[in-house]
Write a protein that binds this ligand. Structure first.
Ligand code: GDP
Ligand code: MG
Length: 163
């Protein structure tokens, strides 16, 4: 069975864009437990000669503000459960937000290896956000553009040791 890699982060950073890039048309095995399908998507990912199962996490947009932290923790815990490592994505253009910090803290307490991805890093608008990202305390950010397919070699190098 392929190792699982969980894709986590706040809404709109580009998780599903990366998921789609890695999985392409091989979208598969969606859990059909009621209520779970919407909350979790899995697919067989390929990156160069690496194969793994990537687990996307859903929109927290629907959660009421007061319930957000609890939902984040619940969904993140579920996504990282039996994952070999997590891809924690932030939006390098937006910089680090309070929600990103909350995710970082959840991930640190999960004890899983974390690979920090600073997405939307095409062009130079992202440089400031990239430096901010060090403050999350989960290691060196890898600049990528999920939309344009940039930084995939660096992502490959970071993932390789967990697969
Ligand atoms: P998710 O909520 O984290 O799954 O984010 P989505 O994948 O749905 O993307 C949110 C928005 O960011 C969409 O409008 C994407 O087109 C955009 N986006 C995703 N990746 C990139 C990127 O690399 N660069 C730019 N500029 N926009 C991106
Ligand atoms: Mg999404």
């Amino acid at each position: 069975m392929a190792a699982k890699i969980a894709l986590v982060g706040r809404p709109n950073v580009g998780k599903s864009t990366l998921f789609n890039r890695l999985v392409g048309k091989r979208l598969a095995l969606v859990d059909d437990t009621p209520g779970v399908t919407r909350d979790r998507r899995e697919g067989e990912a390929k990156l160069g000669d690496l194969s793994f199962t990537v687990v996307d996490t859903p929109g927290l947009e629907e959660a009421p503000e007061a319930a957000l932290e609890g939902r984040m923790r619940q969904q993140t815990d579920r996504a990282v459960e039996d994952a070999a490592a997590c891809l924690f994505m932030i939006d390098a253009r937006a910089g680090v937000t309070p929600l990103d910090k909350a995710f970082a803290s959840i991930l640190r307490s999960s004890g899983k290896p974390v690979i920090l991805l600073a997405n939307k890093a095409e062009g130079s608008a992202a440089n400031a956000g990239l430096y901010d990202a060090y403050a999350l305390g989960v290691g060196e950010p890898i600049a990528i553009s999920a939309e344009h397919g940039e930084g995939m070699g660096d992502l490959y190098a970071a993932l390789e040791s967990f697969l």
